[in-house]
Structures are given as C-alpha cells and as structure tokens.
Design a protein around this ligand. Sequence first.
Ligand SMILES: [Zn+2]
Length: 77
Amino acid sequence: MDLKTVKFILTTTFLVIIAALLIGSFTNNQLLIYIMLGFFAIFALVYLVGWRCPECKKHLGKLVVRKCKHCGHRIDV
Ligand SMILES: [Zn+2]
C-alpha cells in the first residue's frame, strides 16, 4: 500500500471517529458507537500495518512526519 493512500485512510477514518464522537455526545444512538468502533479498528490496523517507512520498513510513529526517525528517509506525504 502506498504511503499517500495510508495517510489518506488514516486522516479520513480519524475524522469520521471524531465526527461520530461529537454526534454521539449529542444523541444517544447505539449504532454510532458501533460505527465508531469499526472505524477505530480500521484506523488501528492501517496505522499499525501500513504506517511504515518505505525504506527501512520501521514504524513511523506520529502522523505528522517529515522524515523517518530510524533511517532519515524523506517522507513527503
Ligand atoms: Zn526509515
């Protein structure tokens, strides 16, 4: 998976989780909790599996990153 795609999925799922949290705090919708958990699972999985340096394959950590902290490879996403 391309790092740009990974970042896109992470940003989108993160926003959906935040939106569901906000809407969920105003309404009492059970379905929203399940949607949130579902998206959280996707987020966690993609973060753990996909958010890696293309050069050394080590995990990048923070979502806002300019270069790999392990090998110094430039990350331009
Ligand atoms: Zn690296």
